[in-house]
Each structure stands twice: as structure tokens, then as C-alpha cells.
Design a protein around this ligand. Sequence first.
Ligand code: KG4
Ligand code: ZN
Length: 337
Amino acid sequence: MLILGIESSCDETAAAVMRDDQQLLANVVDSQIAIHAEYGGVVPEIASRKHLENIYPVVTKALADARVGLDDIDLLAVTAGPGLIGSLLVGLNFVKALALIKKIPFVGVDHMAGHLLSVYLGEAPPQFPFVALIASGGHSSLFHVRDFHDLTLLGRTRDDAAGEAFDKVAKLLDLPYPGGPEIGRISREGNPQAITFPRSWLEPGSYDFSFSGLKTSVANQVNKMKKGTLPLPVADISASFQEAVVDVLTQKSIRAAQEMGCKTVVVAGGVAANSRLREMMTLECDKAGLELAMPPVSFCTDNAAMICVAGFHQYQQMAGSPLDLDVYSRSPHLMQG
Ligand code: KG4
Ligand code: ZN
């Protein structure tokens, strides 16, 4: 079986071709970062127009890279939500048109399910059950995963998502968009112990996250330091902020795995590209005697290979989606957070 996956939920137009044994034949990601960077964040109207321009060439390139034609495709998988409505509509309608003309079944996939299953693109896929942390620009969620379609949401962010906190703090420090990778880079030159920023553990036993207090604390610190005569210690502030986020993400994930009786922790989503998070997760899981599974860095941020994996499993479990399937901006049920 050959799967063509398409992702257009935010600022990446992506297409991938995968065999059902998870062998990836093509993986094309066209990022709009350079366009949105000028505005300091994603402009939804520009994003959807760019998806419209990009989707045909991106899909054509994916098919060419895989050396296959549309007639070879057995299943179409596309992100149906959560994300920007105008952007999602471009991907979904493109796929519906292909499905209709070529009479290929299609599935509308949840973007979060895609991030979660991106771990199967790595070399050491996890064994069920496991606890999964999905940390991206829009979500910071912890799931107890017993099987591909048997999972429980344990906790979610109550305010800013982890990636959103990275992006907002980067803005405070006048670093370019997207802030996450910039903070990750600059933190390598800073001292993570320079400033002790607050860790929001919330009430005992809670698996929820909250990063807005941390962001405010960084803002207060930056304002105070800007009044002084010394240059702003951007690397130290970045490293100290990053340490606070990574500390909470790591400790809550490990506690969840222990309390759920799971031997494995999975970490995915854009923030899983952060090298300090990968390092601390590796160290702490090792100490706790837990296995750790993370997708390769290139599959942490948005891509269509993860949509192929999620689409394939969804199609095996359920039928294809109907042609009147709609997009959604927020996850309606289990995958919310
Ligand atoms: O999963 P993703 O590509 O898109 C969403 O579904 O949101 O995640 C993007 C988020 C952004 O907030 C970005 O700043 C963050 O992931 N991110 C990082 C890193 N790379 C991307 N955050 C911290 N360190 C990184 N290296
Ligand atoms: Zn994403």
C-alpha cells in the first residue's frame, strides 16, 4: 500500500509518500518561515495564500522524489485539524479533489495524532503502553497511550503552550521568529543557572502545564535589566528560561509514566527538537529506569510523513473519511490540549 500524506495546518506546506511498512519514499517540506518572520509570527491570511501557491508543486515534487504517479497511490491522508482554518482548507480540498477524480480513499487526520505517531518514523519505535508528551506551538499535552487508538489525555496546558512560550520569550529578547530554535541556539552560550525562574508545578498530582507565569517573570526580569547600564544578558536569560520549561516538561512526563505504570516515555512535537529537552529527558529517563523514544529532530516540527503514519493506522482501524468532512481549528475530543 502506498500513502500520500499532506500537511498544511500552519506555516509548512508538506507532502510525503510512504509505504505501509513505514518506508518513507519522499518527504517534502516547504516552510513559509522567511515570509512570516517579517511580521514576527504567522499571518493566517498570508499562510493560506502561500499554501494555495505551494501545494501543487510540493505534491508534484513528493511524487517525483518517490518515483511514483498518482495512479500508484492507494490512500490519501491529510491534516483536518487543529490548525488555521484557511490553511487546513487548502490541504483538505486538494485531497478531496484528488480522491474524487482518482477514486482513491482519503482520511482526515488529527495533527496531534500525527505528532504522536511521528515517533514511529524513528529507529526504535516504542512498545505500548507509554506516556507521550506532545509539545508544540499550540499544545503541551501528556497522553497515556495503550494502543494506536486507545489513549487518554492526562494533562494539557492551561495557558501558553511550551512552543508558544519559547516564541513569546524570544520576542521579549528581540530574537527573530520562530523563537524556539533561536532560544535553543543562543542558550548554548548561556548559563542555565544564571537566573532562577519559577517552575509552575500546579496542584499536587496535576499533569497540566502552565507557562504564562514564567513568561511574565522573564518579562519583568528583562524590564528590570533594561533599566540598568549593562547589556542584556540574552544568552543567560534564554538558557535560564529554557531550563525552567525543560525541567517541568521532563519531570511531569516521568512522574506520569511512573504513576501510569509505563516503562516508556515518548516526546514529540516541535519543542522535541530542542537539544536541552532531548538531553534532560535522556538523562532523567535513564536515572528513572525508563525507556525514551523520540522522533528524529527533522520529524519533530511539522511534516507530512507523520500524517502518512497516522493516516495509515486510522484507515486500518476505521473506514476512509466522507467527502463532506470539514476542518476544525481546535481538537473536539480526546486529542485536545
Ligand atoms: O510542531 P510544530 O512544528 O508546529 C505546531 O504544531 O505548533 O511546533 C512549532 C513550535 C514553535 O513554537 C517553535 O518555536 C517550537 O516548536 N520549536 C522549538 C524548537 N524548534 C521548534 N522550541 C524549542 N527549541 C527548538 N529547537
Ligand atoms: Zn505541529
